[in-house]
Write a protein that binds this ligand. Sequence first.
Ligand SMILES: NC(=O)c1ccc[n+]([C@@H]2O[C@H](COP(=O)([O-])OP(=O)(O)OC[C@H]3O[C@@H](n4cnc5c(N)ncnc54)[C@H](OP(=O)(O)O)[C@@H]3O)[C@@H](O)[C@H]2O)c1
Length: 273
Amino acid sequence: MIIDQKTELYGVVGNPIVHSLSPAMHNAAFSASGRNAVYVAFEVRDLDGCIRGIRALGIRGVSVTIPHKSAVIPFLDEVDCLGKRIGAVNTVVNDHGRLLGYNTDAVGALKALEEKIELPGRTCLIIGAGGAARAIGFMLRDYGVYLRISNRSHRRGEDLAGALGCPFVPLREAKGIQADLLIQTTPVGMYPHEDQCSFSPDVVRKGMLVMDVIYNPLETKLLKIARAHGCLTIDGLGMFIHQGAEQFRLWTGLEAPLSVMRQAVEQALKRNS
Ligand SMILES: NC(=O)c1ccc[n+]([C@@H]2O[C@H](COP(=O)([O-])OP(=O)(O)OC[C@H]3O[C@@H](n4cnc5c(N)ncnc54)[C@H](OP(=O)(O)O)[C@@H]3O)[C@@H](O)[C@H]2O)c1
C-alpha cells in the first residue's frame, strides 16, 4: 500500500494494547476495500491528552477498549442512545471535528447470536456484569429475551439486573436456572489461563446454546464442557468480527468485508499462539 498525504488514520486506544487483534482486522478490511487508510494501536494512559490528540491530528476514528470505554464518554461531543444506556462506548467517529461515540459490542453479540438462534422469547443467563455484559444485556432485552444476571460481586450484578429489570442470581445458585442461552462475559478462561472457568460447570445443561465472549482461545474450557454436553456453542470471534464490521461501516459508510476480517483475525491468532 502507498501511504501519502491523503492517508486516513484510525486506531485503537486502550491499556494494555499489545495483544489487540483490531489492527490486523481493520487493516485487512481497509486494504480489501481499496481504502487509503491505516489503523494502529495506541497505548493510552492520558485519555484527556489522547482525545485532544485525535481532534488536533484529525484522526478519523478510534476503537476504545479496556480501561477507557466508560471514561471516554465525558470527552465526546455526542453519544448514541445505546451507548448512553450501556454507559460505555467502544467506537469514536470524528465527524469533521465532532467526536461521536457508539457501542458496537452490542450489535456484534446480537449478530453472532442471530447466526445460530432466533432470540425473541428465549431465556438467557448472563454470567458477568461488566461492560460486555451490559452491552449484551441491553441489546437482548430489546429483542424480547428474558434475562437473568449472575456475577461474582453481588453489588455490581444486582445493579445491572436492576437496570435491566430482571432477576439477579448469585453464582452458587446459577445451576438451578433453566435457560435456553448461557452467555459468559468475564475474562476468566482467557489466554494464558485457559484452564479456568468463571463458574461451576454444572450450570451447563444439554440443549443450551452456550456463548463465550472470549476469543483467545477460540474454544475455552467452558465451551469444551458445553460441547461435551452436546450443546451448540458460539466462540467470541463472531462477536469480535461483527462489532468490528459495524465500526468499519460507521467510519467509512461501506459494508465491511466480513470474511477478509475473519481470516485476518484467525491468522493473527495463529501467529500469536
Ligand atoms: N468478543 C468480543 O468482541 C468482546 C467484546 C468486548 C469484551 N470482550 C471480552 O469480554 C471480557 C470482559 O470485558 P468487560 O469489558 O466486560 O470487562 P469488565 O467491565 O472489567 O467486567 C469484567 C466482569 O468479569 C468479572 N470477573 C473478572 N474477573 C473475575 C474472576 N476472577 N472470577 C469471576 N468473575 C470475574 C467481573 O466481576 P466483578 O464485578 O465481581 O468484578 C465483571 O463482571 C474481556 O475478556 C473482553 O476481552 C469480548
